[in-house]
Design a protein around this ligand. Structure first.
Ligand SMILES: NC(=O)c1ccc[n+]([C@@H]2O[C@H](COP(=O)([O-])OP(=O)(O)OC[C@H]3O[C@@H](n4cnc5c(N)ncnc54)[C@H](O)[C@@H]3O)[C@@H](O)[C@H]2O)c1
Length: 498
């Protein structure tokens, strides 16, 4: 598995403790260090109580040993991968690396989880040998659940080190790895924050309610159900504002156009401490009532909470009737009403920004698509959308006289995407199922592996699936080496068929 037999995580805060947990999930013993042993132990304790759980099983935490930078840094000598995840400050990160360097094993990779500081800058002052083993590894929060891992080599990083960490992250940690250029915000935050800033602008303008924006930025356009504001409440408005301010500072060209400037509304919410779920309120607030609880919504003009309102967006309702994502987005982009104006000013501008920025931040347009799918949960990435929705439609909606260079040759965009690994689908296309009923099939995946694939409505488990699971076990025992239960659906199963 790319030879990561043991790891050290430096920093036991939100990210460090959860990264350590996920390494432990993969069976890797982890040394988790913070300022002192007590702080590190407290960080691990916090992680054990987090929801959703960063650990596969409570037992996995036994693979984590805690300690302090004050006494335990020499112990990193035994680790194949050292991950820095301390406070987002260049001077503090540089100082810690200077202390780490004398203890690093000759082949050990060292990486930073920074969200925005240039990777090369953090290793300034370190030896050439250290810098050959130095790279960025940007996990997304929560690291166990968000698939994207951006890997950021510098000009000095050894290709073999990148390969080793990428392989281990892919095979061992189950991450979707995208290698990004060392530019501010890397790929996903750069594009995601641009879109978030446009959306917050429109909320602050007062033309759209929180509920309307969530209706226009959720599954309707191929995004998560938590859409914009529920997602921001979960991630924390403080984190979002920090990342945006960092991009604004590090990208003066973009700052000139206010690309990452957030409206005053965000400052007002930060001042009140209404940063989302961890503060008990943000764009939404859950309130206890004698009957149970109810969700209230922020009114951005008065900064009061009010009962939820249903969005009044007939064009969104009409577009939502289609099963086809590209058709829905096309309809929204072409709509002459409020829904159209919103979609053009947010998604439309973000797609244009992604096309204009891609060459500077990514090695291929396919990488930008993968980063946005895996990091921000987009059903289709920006270039997949350019292709599916239509270059002409997007240019017309966004009043572009001509398409951005990156989308002029769609064959090149398709090539950059590369083949997608679809083990189950290819097996199904290649040979008939071993057995099939209305709820499930047995599919020969090759290499001695048999799969039980569900295909009932919402993959709800009924008698037919249970029969097929039993048949699968019998079949696998006689003719195969292994049995997997899986499917390609967005949700594995809705549960029992009641
Ligand atoms: N929180 C996120 O959503 C997120 C996502 C991706 C990347 N990141 C990045 O991960 C890193 C850690 O972020 P976090 O959210 O876990 O932060 P955090 O504040 O939760 O944890 C930071 C840790 O650094 C330690 N620390 C404080 N001062 C220190 C010092 N002077 N020297 C050494 N250690 C010190 C603290 O004890 C704390 O445990 C940052 O670089 C951040 O940009 C954060």
């Amino acid at each position: 598995m790319g030879h990561v037999r043991s790891a050290a995580v430096l920093g036991a805060g939100t990210m460090g403790a959860q990264i350590a947990a996920h390494l432990a999930n993969a069976g890797v013993p982890v040394l988790l260090l913070d300022l002192d042993a007590q702080t590190a132990a407290a960080g691990l304790q916090r992680a054990r109580k987090l929801k959703p759980d960063p650990f596969f099983t409570p037992d996995a935490a036994r693979l984590i040993t805690t300690g302090g930078f004050d006494a335990d840094l020499p112990r990193v000598a035994a680790c194949d991968w050292i991950i820095e995840a301390i406070v987002e400050r260049l001077d503090v990160k540089q100082a810690l690396l200077a202390q780490v360097e004398p203890h690093r094993g000759a082949d050990a990779a060292v990486s930073s989880n920074t969200s925005g500081i240039p990777i090369a800058d953090i290793a300034q002052g370190r030896s050439p040998e250290f810098r050959r083993h130095w790279l960025g590894t940007h996990f997304f929060n929560p690291p166990r659940y968000l698939q994207l891992l951006e890997i950021i080599p510098t000009a000095d990083t050894d290709a073999g080190v990148v390969d080793r960490i990428a392989r281990f992250a892919d095979r061992g940690l189950g991450k979707g790895v995208v290698v990004a250029r060392d530019t501010p915000g890397f790929i996903a935050n750069r594009i995601g924050m641009y879109g978030a800033a446009r959306t917050l602008e429109l909320l602050a303008d007062g033309e759209f309610t929180v509920e309307e924006i969530d209706a226009l930025t959720g599954p309707l356009i191929g995004r998560a159900k938590s859409a914009t504001f529920r997602t921001m409440d979960i991630a924390g408005l403080d984190i979002l504002a920090h990342v945006a301010a960092d991009l604004d500072r590090r990208l003066p060209g973009e700052a000139e156009h206010g690309a990452f400037r957030l409206p005053e509304l965000v400052g007002a919410l930060l001042d009140k401490g209404w940063i989302g779920e961890k503060a008990g309120q943000g764009f939404y607030r859950k309130e206890r009532t004698p009957e149970g609880s109810r969700i209230l919504t922020l009114d951005p003009a008065s900064l009061d909470y009010r009962p939820r309102q249903s969005p009044r967006l007939p064009a969104a309702d009409a577009a939502g009737a289609s099963e086809d994502l590209a058709a829905r987005i096309r309809a929204l982009l072409q709509d002459k009403g409020r829904a159209g104006a919103f979609t053009r000013a947010t998604l439309g501008r973000t797609l244009v920004y992604a096309a204009e920025t891609a060459p500077a931040i990514a090695h291929s347009t396919g990488d930008v698509d993968r980063a946005m799918r895996w990091g921000f949960g987009w059903e289709l990435g920006p270039f997949e959308l350019w292709e599916a929705v239509g270059v002409e439609t997007i240019c017309e909606a966004c009043q572009l006289p001509e398409p951005p260079a990156a989308v002029r040759d769609l064959d090149a965009v398709r090539r950059a995407r590369g083949p997608e690994l679809r083990i189950l689908r290819s097996a199904r296309d290649e040979r008939p199922p071993v057995r099939r009923n209305a709820g499930a099939s047995l599919v020969d995946l090759g290499d001695g592996v048999l799969a039980v694939e569900f295909h009932s409505k919402m993959n709800a488990i009924g008698g037919d699936i249970v029969d097929m699971l039993q048949a699968g076990v019998r079949e696998a025992e006689q003719h195969f080496d292994a049995l997997v239960v899986g499917n390609d659906a967005a949700a594995f199963s809705a549960g029992a068929n009641l």
